[in-house]
Every structure is written in structure tokens, then in C-alpha cells.
Design a binder for this molecule. Structure first.
Ligand SMILES: [Zn+2]
Length: 171
């Protein structure tokens, strides 16, 4: 018996065991089920998206309108004060042209990821989303954009209820 492992009971698989293929491995599929609440602010925000609306939250302490909304102002250290319906237009404050997928595989056609400062919210308050219906070379900081919504029946109360933002006025 080995006395090397004293803290954790069990049998160590050694390099020799692996070389000799003398160990047992089992595979199983865990059925894990989770449920959680989105919270008051995000819940209202997601409900709004399902209705084709973008809602922010106002703080009377600092005068900011925040989106995505939150129930507490991190600048004033106090609860926020009310809901503000924003427009579904805005401007691009920063963007990135990505030729790599989320799994690090290469893309032939790039996706354009942008932060859109939403009209009616305070400066630099915005949504991280995709730009569409635009050539990557034509994207500019400050560009005016508008949300393209999924059809009502296809919306689920998620940020993906907005397909992407496109240049305002189309092309
Ligand atoms: Zn505040």
C-alpha cells in the first residue's frame, strides 16, 4: 500500500497504470436542472424586450438613466427611482470586427460586435450587440443605428429578441 496519499482516500492512478491501460473509466450524462430568478430590474428589462421595448432605470441622485437597468445606483449608493422607456435607436460607441467564432474556429464572413449607446439613456450607457445590414468597412464610431426586432411570435424575452442593430434609415 502506498502511503503517499494521506489526505484524500482512494487509489491513485499512476503513470504506469495509464501506460498499461489498467484503469476504469466511465461516462455518464448528468441531468442537471437549474432555475433562477432574473431579478426585478433584469426581469422588467427582458419583459420589455419581448414587447419590442428597451427600458432603463433612472437615478434621481445622479440624474443618470441606466441601461441595462439596475435597482441600485453604484455611484449614489441608493436605490434607483423609476423606469424610463428608451428608444430603440442609438449610436455605436465602440465595435469589433470578429473573424473568430465563440469556439475559436475561423469565420469566412465576420460578425460585427458593437456597444450601442441607447437614445434616452445617459452617455456611455448601452447594449453590447451585433451590427447587421452593413459592410464592415462602413462601420464608424458614432454611427446612428436602430434595433431590428424578431417577429413578435418569435420573441422570448431575451436580448436576442433584437436580431441586430442596423444603420439608421437602412441602406
Ligand atoms: Zn445615482
Amino acid at each position: 500500500m502506498s502511503s503517499k496519499v494521506s489526505r484524500y482516500p482512494g487509489t491513485e492512478v499512476t503513470h504506469d497504470d495509464i501506460e498499461a491501460n489498467s484503469y476504469l473509466m466511465t461516462h455518464y450524462q448528468a441531468e442537471l436542472k437549474y432555475a433562477w430568478t432574473s431579478g426585478v430590474a433584469t426581469g422588467r428589462y427582458l419583459k420589455g424586450l419581448k414587447e419590442g421595448e428597451i427600458w432603463g432605470r433612472r437615478c434621481d441622485g445622479c440624474g443618470r438613466v441606466m441601461v441595462p437597468p439596475r435597482m441600485y445606483c453604484e455611484l449614489c449608493f441608493r436605490p434607483t427611482d423609476g423606469w424610463v422607456k428608451l428608444r430603440d435607436t442609438g449610436r455605436v460607441v465602440t465595435y469589433s470586427i470578429a473573424y473568430v467564432n465563440f469556439d475559436a474556429s475561423r469565420r469566412q464572413d465576420p460578425i460585427i460586435v458593437a456597444v450601442v449607446e441607447v437614445d434616452g439613456a445617459s452617455p456611455m450607457m448601452g447594449i453590447l450587440h451585433l451590427l447587421g445590414e452593413v459592410d464592415p468597412e462602413d462601420v464608424k464610431i458614432g454611427m446612428r443605428v436602430q434595433a431590428v426586432w424578431k417577429k413578435v411570435e418569435d420573441r422570448s424575452g431575451a436580448i436576442t429578441d433584437i436580431v441586430h442593430f442596423r444603420p439608421l434609415g437602412g441602406r
